[in-house]
Design a protein around this ligand. Structure first.
Ligand code: SAM
Length: 263
């Protein structure tokens, strides 16, 4: 499977659910322990919340925020008027820092890059001795929202076979697979999963949620009437899978995988 990361991220759509998306980012960040941070990287920093938190937590360190998307980097830089963070474009798939880093943090990024078997060991190689690798990835592939996405594409023949193959590919592996891959390479390793019971509001909130992330490849690939028909069919399935409660709330359970490793 060739890499699927795209540079066309829409900060507005992504940040509509900012609270739900920020919570795992901060929960991961709190687990990072390091006494002498000189360089810390927020890879795939998006709007830059955690990079700014890094700058506050490690005032003497050099903080770097990297992202593939210029729109995300512009949003991040606008929220950092003192330019405390060095924001710059990088693609994690070929990123190589000029010096070893002490913290390599990435929240909700690596699910956009394939071949974790090669990628993760290479990323560990960018860390200084004692350096910390911290990652969170959504485990949404098996969830009703993502199964419905694939089923709607398949059953109605929407999009190209390449698009359907891309959606069928499981980008994030299971926790024990990462354990086996990383354990021989690091001195400490902590892996856990959290299933958030997200409470969403409004019309078709699960559809709006996935529009900001997992549905993006489909939205970019489909056009016109085909896109409208897909969205109508998919929205109907989502309403069935995630019924709106009388209170107006919709529950969207969402599992996430966390990895913290030390060199
Ligand atoms: C789901 S958002 C997460 C943003 C931020 N880390 C957060 O927690 O809010 C994924 C981010 O990864 C970036 N991204 C996707 N593929 C990337 C790649 N290959 N290299 C670097 N950044 C990438 C996107 O542009 C986007 O900003």
């Amino acid at each position: 499977m060739s890499g699927r990361a795209g540079g066309v991220w829409d900060p507005g759509q992504y940040l509509r659910f900012g609270g739900h998306r920020l919570r795992p980012a901060l929960e991961l960040f709190r687990r990072v322990e390091h006494d002498g941070v000189r360089i810390a990287v927020d890879m795939g920093c998006g709007a830059g919340d955690v990079a700014r938190a890094m700058a506050a937590r490690w005032p003497d360190a050099e903080i770097r925020g990297h992202d593939l998307s210029e729109a995300m980097l512009e949003t991040a830089a606008a929220a950092d008027p003192d330019a405390r963070v060095a924001w710059s474009r990088a693609d994690v798939r070929d990123w190589r820092p000029d010096r070893p880093v002490d913290v390599l943090y990435a929240n909700a990024v690596y699910q956009w890059a394939d071949d974790h078997e090669a990628l993760f060991p290479r990323l560990l190689g960018t860390l200084a001795p004692g350096g910390v690798f911290a990652a969170q990835m959504p485990m949404s592939w098996s969830e009703p929202s993502h199964r419905a996405m694939r089923a709607t594409l398949e059953e109605r023949g929407f999009g190209t076979p390449e698009l359907r193959a891309r959606l069928a590919y499981k980008w994030v592996a299971e926790a024990d697979w990462y354990y086996g891959l990383l354990r021989p390479l690091v001195s400490e390793l902590d892996i856990w999963e959290t299933r958030y019971l997200q409470v969403l509001q409004g019309e078709d909130p699960v559809l709006e949620w996935v529009k900001g992330t997992g549905l993006r490849p489909v939205l970019e690939a489909l056009e016109g009437e085909e896109k409208d028909r897909f969205l109508a069919a998919y929205a109907a399935r989502l309403r069935e899978a995630y019924p709106r409660r009388e209170s107006g709330e919709t529950l969207y359970p969402f599992p996430r995988l966390f990895i913290v490793a030390r060199m």
